[in-house]
Design a protein around this ligand. Structure first.
Ligand SMILES: Cc1ncc(COP(=O)(O)O)c(C=O)c1O
Length: 409
């Protein structure tokens, strides 16, 4: 691959100006430009097409960040964009529900194993918060055991959360149900629910871990909630519950459901979901038709074409390509996790060195026109040639890192 001239000066100028008005210059922490990548990272993207994006300075990239997951089909995917355009002709949101709510809800009930009822919101975090509210109302208990990130509304370990609120959440790690069993033994009648988002590098532990959580929650009369915001429409259409064959009581789907148009839904057992009226979960923008039209187009496509199979195949190609270059160059790194949502991991006993290597890898990839992320998301518009091009860039990037002596110690 010919090394392009990589100039992102306009992006960084705008970023510096943005800091005067927008704290962190972004609304999404994971999108914040990294100071260590000043002059390399594209702070602003202005256009996308398929699996490629263009930054403010006009540089082109093959993108494996995919807007942090929601772009599962590709940028400007024709069927989805056309569905949204059609809605714009008739109106976005109304003073009463739109029939699309019924149609999409019914189709999600057919597609998602645990879904007997469906309700719509706009973001993943608020839908997760809705499931916690429902679980507490249903069980009459307060404590929620969480595993993984469920959106900012549900992060209790940071400033701004009253101690009383913090005290009814406990975050526990992925992979082994022992600490969850311990928590249930200590407070058998206080835990309303266990909520879990898969940890991608170690996702295969889900076979026993999720089954154990199902057994524990049933034994103690608590609910099991799956955060399928990333796994839904990516690992399988019906998410981790379909892949692992473990059926939760409630679940949240968002990112992949509408290829980037804001939409989330919380779904689950009828007797729990039907409590929404008394609990009051209500949002002005729940059920806007742009997200629903996009979701219908996505559901249509998944029914006709092997989207999931393609995400797995492209991810596999990426993982094998990365691993082969690492082996060729004698570098201790490999992709971990499953192909649709794997993580490139550099091995080193010192976590700071691991982070540094990953950062340098990001930089070398950006210079070669590829955006990677801590989780690499293939989308349906990545063709074999695109992934092959990215794999060539990986080889060059790792060689450059080796030449710089980054793997010397
Ligand atoms: C697993 C998981 N849960 C919840 C969320 C929060 O979703 P949102 O940012 O739409 O509130 C995210 C977002 O990245 C996520 O990855």
């Amino acid at each position: 691959m010919v090394q392009r001239k990589h100039d992102v000066s306009r992006s960084w100028e705008l970023y510096d100006r943005a800091l005067e008005f927008i704290p962190m210059a972004t609304q999404t922490h994971s999108k914040a430009p990294r100071e260590a990548l000043r002059g390399v990272e594209p702070c602003y993207l202005v256009r996308g097409q398929g699996c490629r994006v263009w930054d403010l300075d006009g540089n082109e990239y093959i993108d494996f960040r995919c807007a942090l997951g929601p772009v599962t089909l590709g940028y400007r995917f024709p069927a989805v964009d056309e569905a949204v355009r059609q809605r714009l002709e008739e109106g976005i949101i109304f003073s009463y529900p739109h029939p699309l709510e019924v149609e999409v809800a019914k189709r999600l009930v057919e597609a998602i194993p645990c879904a007997e009822r469906v309700r719509f919101l706009r973001t993943g975090g608020e839908a997760m918060a809705a499931t916690f509210r429902l679980a507490r109302a249903f069980t009459g208990r307060d404590l929620i055991l969480t595993c993984g990130y469920h959106g900012w509304l549900n992060v209790m370990s940071r400033p701004g959360v009253p101690e009383a609120v913090r005290s009814v959440y406990r975050a526990l790690p992925w992979g082994d149900a022992t600490p969850f069993a311990q928590a249930f033994r200590e407070a058998p009648r206080e835990i309303a629910a266990v909520s879990v988002a898969c940890s991608y590098a170690e996702i295969e532990k889900g076979h026993t871990f999720l089954a154990d959580l199902r057994e524990l929650t049933e034994r103690y009369g608590a609910l099991l909630i799956f955060d399928e915001i990333v796994t839904g429409f990516r690992l399988r259409r019906g998410g981790a519950q379909e892949y692992f064959g473990v059926i939760p009581d409630l679940a949240v789907f968002s990112k992949g459901i509408s290829n980037g148009v804001p939409l989330s839904c919380y779904v689950g057992r009828a007797e729990v979901m039907d409590l929404v009226e008394r609990v009051v979960i209500s949002s002005t923008f729940g059920g806007d038709t742009l997200g629903l039209a996009a979701a219908r187009a996505v559901l249509d496509l998944y029914a006709k074409e092997d989207v999931i199979g393609t995400l797995w195949a492209r991810g596999q190609q990426l993982h094998e390509g990365f691993n082969a270059h690492c082996q060729r160059l004698g570098i201790a790194a490999r992709f971990k996790g499953l192909p649709p949502l794997g993580q490139p991991i550099f091995e080193h006993p010192d976590p700071a060195r691991r982070e540094e290597l990953f950062l340098r890898f990001n930089a070398e990839m950006l210079k070669r026109g590829v955006i990677i992320y801590s989780v690499c998301y293939p989308n349906y518009s990545h063709k074999e040639e695109d992934v092959a091009e990215a794999v060539d860039a990986i080889g060059e990037a790792l060689e450059a890192m080796k030449d710089q002596g980054l793997f010397a110690s």
